[in-house]
Design a binder for this molecule. Structure first.
Ligand code: ADP
Ligand code: ASP
Ligand code: MG
Length: 402
């Protein structure tokens, strides 16, 4: 599976080079499926034109239909280029009978209907088996009612990873305008360095926090059997190393849940306007680190900082932090809480599940389990409850998530 981003097919020369690189792989005896984005900044340009011409009255249905033109054009040109170089190819867009990505009715931010799409994948397999190179529109979907949908900006990464997963591809290559994943965005910081590899978990965090280089939804479909890399378009060589995305270590998807086996406890440091005390959190963390005490979580309020540490470290942590409080005159007192259980739930699916926190907390409320603390990022939720409620809460939440 090879996906070409907009810049990598930014003009005629680049499209020819990209098509040739696909053919070179094909000639080695590999079966290749191509996913393409819209040429260059077509999607941005269309969005700007719509903003000025139609303005706010544009409907989501109209928006999806108009933006789809970008990926409908690029597949036709890319496929024709492959044919011009002497290899059979067909383009597949949502109007084609072999179209493989079916979605819900959300026009601009559609979710893939995995089961319905898998049912379609035989058609694509037939084409590949015949030695034809399919060129598929990235970013687009088709709803049950036959309408065009889009998977959200940057969504052709999702198209490629999803198809690689359901077609059981060995490898996915993302061709983009940078030579791989860098230590930071090369368009914002100079002297960045390329990473030879990155774990899918780290890549997920990077993507969620805004690194455009890969769409976070795409990584949901990275399983441990699929090797993945991100390379630059300039060399025109798909064998380039780029950055390899490794993992996930276990299982097929990036979802897991754990009930931490040991009890945790809370240490609260209290002081007036603690939140404005620059560097205090670092100071407390360093003091604990010197005694090799790990911090599992932190929550801050206007007048308090609460640190979550293992119950077995609580005694040491308490006395070490107490010394710090005596020395620091903005801090007033310290308290140690009871034994608590830490439950962690991780799933990339949380990003697109509105109300996931209330889904998780509702069964706890019904069973009168009190939540001591809850913290969440886009893909992970950590819940702290009384130690004695730990197992029950874990079971209840797992049931909801399943
Ligand atoms: P494509 O059109 O090929 O999908 P994108 O523009 O969506 O390309 O993604 C590539 C861009 O991601 C790069 O041009 C770069 O500005 C940005 N980017 C952000 N963070 C990183 C990073 N850590 N490493 C590499 N690129 C990054
Ligand atoms: N062309 C679409 C966009 O610009 C999808 C993509 O490039 O991944 O958002
Ligand atoms: Mg992109």
């Amino acid at each position: 599976m090879v996906k070409f981003g907009g810049t990598s097919i930014g003009d005629g020369e680049r499209i020819k080079k990209a098509a040739q690189s696909v053919i070179n792989e094909y000639m080695k005896g590999n079966k290749v499926v191509v996913v393409v984005s819209a040429i260059n900044k077509t999607t941005d340009d269309l969005v700007k034109i719509i903003e000025t011409s139609v303005g706010d009255s544009i409907s989501n249905k109209q928006m999806a239909e108009i933006l789809s033109v970008g990926e409908m054009t690029s597949v036709r040109i890319f496929s024709a280029t492959i044919e011009s170089l002497g290899v059979k190819s067909i383009y597949i867009d949502p109007y084609n009978e072999n179209w493989p990505i079916l979605t819900d009715n959300n026009f601009v931010d559609a979710h893939i209907d995995i089961e319905e799409s898998i049912k379609q994948s035989d058609k694509l397999n037939n084409i590949i088996e015949q030695g034809i190179i399919p060129v598929i529109s990235g970013f687009l979907g088709k709803s049950k009612n036959g309408h065009i949908t889009t998977l959200g900006r940057g969504g052709s990464d999702t198209t490629a990873f999803f198809l690689a997963n359901i077609l059981n591809a060995n490898q996915i290559i993302i061709v983009t305008d940078v030579s791989g994943v860098m230590t930071s965005d090369p368009n914002q910081i100079k002297d960045v360095e390329k990473l030879d590899k990155i774990s899918v978990e780290e890549m997920m965090d990077l993507a969620i926090s805004g690194a455009k280089v890969l769409h976070p939804n795409a990584l949901k479909y990275k399983n441990h059997l699929l090797s993945a890399k991100i390379i630059g378009y300039e060399s025109g060589n798909l064998s380039e190393n780029g950055t390899i995305i490794t993992g996930p270590v276990e299982g097929d998807m990036l979802s897991y849940s754990t009930l931490y086996p040991d009890p945790i406890t809370l240490l609260s440091v209290v002081g007036a306007n603690i939140i404005k005390n620059v560097g205090l959190l670092a100071e407390l963390a360093v003091i604990l680190a010197k005694s090799n005490i790990n911090i599992f979580g932190v929550s801050t309020g206007q007048n308090s900082i609460t640190l979550f540490v293992s119950k077995k470290d609580a005694f040491d942590a308490h006395s070490i932090l107490h010394e710090a409080i005596i020395k620091n005159n903005t801090l007033n007192s310290l308290s140690v809480g009871k034994k608590i259980a830490m439950l962690t739930f991780v799933s990339p699916g949380f990003i697109e599940t509105p109300g996931i926190i209330s889904d998780i907390t509702e069964p706890l409320r019904k069973n009168e389990i009190n939540i001591i603390e809850i913290s969440s990022s886009q893909t992970a939720i950590t819940v702290f409850v009384d130690w004695n409620d730990g197992e029950k809460a874990y079971k209840l939440i797992k049931e909801v998530l399943e």
